[in-house]
Design a protein around this ligand. Sequence first.
Ligand SMILES: [Mg+2]
Length: 383
Amino acid sequence: MNKRQFLKYGTVIAGGLITANTGALGRIMADGSYPHRRRKAVLRLLFKPYELQLRHVFTLASGSRTTTPVVLTRLEFDGQFGFGEASMPPYLGESHETVLKFLSQVNLEQFTDPFLMEDILAYVDGIMPGNHAAKASVDIALHDLVGKIIGRPCYRIWGLDPGKTPLTSFTIGIDTTEIVRQKVREAAPYHVLKVKLGAGDDKIMINTIREISDKPVCVDVNQGWKDRGYALEMAHWLKDRNVMFIEQPMPKTQVDDLAWLTQNSPLPIVADEAVQTVSDLLEARGLYSGVNIKLMKCGGMNQAVKMAWMARAMNMKVMIGCMTETSCAISAAAQLSPLADWADLDGNLLITNDCWEGITIRDGKVTLNDRPGIGIREKVKIF
Ligand SMILES: [Mg+2]
């Protein structure tokens, strides 16, 4: 080998060594096993059970209660925190026990990129069927976290106009005429009343309200009417008394009766119990003229915003509703309210121990703020 050849091979050998070294170094860094290198940030989930205290005994066609169990969640990524909530009214079948069991199976530490929201939420959804409130608590925390990393509220990330939020209704439960009068007076700041019917004398409820208020009313029967003839007669009677729409008038299983009622009713018929998820919405075509979308039914903001766009494409009215929840889940739902015709986001106003400060209601209208993510601030330290 002459000098020129030696220099040539030497360079190749040296080059090979440098390449090999770089490769080895690269593998060590990707593993995160190189001792002096920082480990890649991962998503970490914390959760705590909490009990909401209701201001009034809450009566629906299905029963009464004074508390609602919730679970509060916190998702951490690289020093940033996102917060979420699961609310479990008893009729949906989830409880502290089921949500804690579900969340203890969620391993988000496998994810190093919170922006892969579709993948992360598909993993969470695939852990077990159902458990929609538990899934929503992860989904909401993830949206809050990503919004905070970007530094923008979710409604801005979705391209929605905060000026287009709807009025929200204030719910009046089934009660004695004296309490109903008191609740209507309490609802003074709201421009729309939501009245629960279907468990007593419906006409007395409406007449009591109409004695002291001429505000528009929406009616929620919670599947309480069984006879379609009665339902249609009531729809006409309610229309004459400035009622805007009827929510879930009959049991969701009475499909033919509901289709007939929707076709003949002078008021829009809105699905609630019948439509929980995206696939339920597809089946509701022709049976209802609108849908009440709730984060706790569909599994969170990701599904809810898809349902809202789908319903609009199907020429159905959109309502954004809630359970009794803290300002965390309410503010999360409010992020998509510019897509809704009607909002029923009063769940945080019906409790006495809200641990968050979030969206507000101004002059009866859902009012979004500029805070990133879902727009909440801690009022009471939870985590
Ligand atoms: Mg309802």
